[in-house]
Design a protein around this ligand. Structure first.
Ligand SMILES: Cc1cc2nc3c(=O)[nH]c(=O)nc-3n(C[C@H](O)[C@H](O)[C@H](O)COP(=O)(O)OP(=O)(O)OC[C@H]3O[C@@H](n4cnc5c(N)ncnc54)[C@H](O)[C@@H]3O)c2cc1C
Length: 308
C-alpha cells in the first residue's frame, strides 16, 4: 500500500496521486480536511484536530508517522511543494529514514530507483533509495495529473497523539495576497519582469499586458529583493514554479535559480536589451529591445486586433 499526503485538492495533488499510482499498489491518503475529488483511493484518513487545518507541519508529520507505524505502507508520497517537502522532512526526522525530495520518476523494488531534481533544476540525479518505507515528494509539473477518479473513499478519522513540540510551528493568521484572480502556479499565461523594470512603477505595463492576456504577473528575485513586488510573485528556485502555455519574461537575465521555476513553461518569449542574455538559450522566441517600448507595443497591437 502507498500512503499519499494530500496537502490540498488541485492539480499538484492529482500529479502526486498519478505518481503514487504508478508504483503499482493500492492507495490510501491522509488529509487535514475533507478533500473533494480524491477518487481511486481506498481509505482517506482525516485528521480530527483543528491544528491540522491551520497547517502545523510537525503535527501533520506525526499523523503520517502514526499511519506508517499502523499500516506499514511501502512508500509515503506527497507533492513536492514547500509544504509537502517540509512535512515529509519532519516525517523523515521522526522515523529516522532517508527522504528523496522532488522526484520525477520512481521504479519500485528494493531499493527503489528514483530520479530527482537537484540544484534548483540544473541536474537530474538517479539514486537508489534503501529504506523500509520510502519517503518521496513529486517535483511539480513533471508528471501528468491523474484524471479525477470516481468513487468516494472510505473515510476514517485519525486523532494523533501530539506533543507540545508538534504544535510549536503553526499558521496563526493569513494575509490575502494583493494580486488578482489568476494564480501564478496555475496560470496559462505568465507575464513577468525583472530588474529591467527599473522601478515598481515599471510593472504598470506588465500588469496591462497580463490583463489583456488573462494571465498572471510574475517577477525575478532581484525585484522582490528590491521590494518592488511581494514574494508571492517571485518565480524560481525560491519562488513559485510555473507551467504556463507561454511565459513572457521581460528584463530578466535568466539566472539558473530563475529558470528552475519556469522549466515547465511550454514556450518562453524573452524581451531583453542584451542579445547575450542567458535566458535567450532557453527562449523559443525573443525580442531584442527595451521592454518599456516592446511591451506597450504588444499591448497596443492586441487592443487594435480586438477592436477590429
Ligand atoms: C540561493 C539563491 C536562490 C535564488 N532564487 C531565485 C529565485 O527563486 N528566482 C529568481 O528570479 N532569482 C533567484 N535568485 C537570484 C538569481 O541568481 C538572480 O540574481 C536573479 O534572478 C536576477 O534577477 P533579474 O534577471 O531580474 O536581474 P539581472 O540579472 O540584473 O538581469 C536584468 C536583465 O534585464 C535586462 N534589461 C535591463 N534593462 C532592460 C530593459 N529596459 N528592457 C529589456 N531588458 C532589460 C538586462 O539585459 C538583464 O538581462 C536566487 C539566488 C540564490 C543565490
Amino acid at each position: 500500500m502507498i500512503l499519499v499526503y494530500i496537502e490540498e485538492p488541485g492539480e499538484l495533488t492529482q500529479q502526486a496521486l498519478a505518481f503514487a499510482r504508478r508504483l503499482g499498489e493500492p492507495l490510501q491518503a491522509f488529509a487535514a480536511s475533507y478533500a473533494e475529488g480524491i477518487g481511486g483511493v481506498d481509505v482517506l484518513h482525516l485528521a480530527d484536530e483543528e491544528v491540522f487545518s491551520a497547517y502545523a507541519p510537525a503535527a501533520i508529520a506525526q499523523g503520517l508517522v502514526e499511519l506508517v507505524e499502523r499500516l506499514s505502507p511501502s512508500a509515503v508520497v506527497a507533492a513536492g511543494t514547500e509544504r509537502g517537502n517540509e512535512v515529509l522532512a519532519h516525517v523523515a526526522a521522526k522515523l529516522d529514514l532517508p527522504f528523496a525530495a522532488n522526484c520525477t520518476a520512481a521504479t519500485p523494488g528494493d531499493p527503489f530507483l528514483v530520479t530527482r531534481v537537484r540544484w534548483g533544476g540544473s541536474l537530474l540525479e538517479d539514486a537508489h533509495l534503501h529504506a523500509p518505507v520510502k519517503l518521496l515528494t513529486v517535483q511539480p509539473h513533471t508528471v501528468a495529473p491523474e484524471e479525477q477518479a470516481s468513487g468516494d473513499p472510505t473515510v476514517e478519522r485519525l486523532t494523533p497523539t501530539l506533543s507540545g513540540e508538534d504544535r510549536i510551528v503553526q499558521v496563526v493568521d493569513r494575509v490575502a495576497a494583493a494580486a488578482g484572480g489568476v494564480s501564478l502556479a496555475e496560470a496559462k499565461v505568465v507575464v513577468s519582469c525583472g530588474r529591467g523594470a527599473g522601478s515598481p512603477e515599471g510593472f504598470g505595463i506588465i500588469e496591462e499586458l497580463a490583463d489583456l492576456l488573462g494571465g498572471a504577473v510574475g517577477c525575478s528575485r532581484a525585484v522582490t529583493m528590491a521590494g518592488w513586488r511581494p514574494h508571492t510573485d517571485q518565480i524560481g528556485q525560491t519562488g513559485t514554479k510555473i507551467a504556463p502555455e507561454i511565459y513572457i519574461a521581460c528584463g530578466i537575465s535568466g539566472a539558473t535559480q530563475h529558470m528552475a521555476g519556469c522549466k515547465g513553461a511550454k514556450a518562453i518569449l524573452a524581451v531583453n536589451t542584451d542579445p547575450e542574455a542567458p535566458i535567450l538559450a532557453s527562449a523559443d522566441y525573443a525580442v531584442i529591445g527595451d521592454l518599456h517600448e516592446v511591451v506597450p507595443a504588444i499591448s497596443a497591437e492586441l487592443k487594435k486586433a480586438r477592436a477590429g
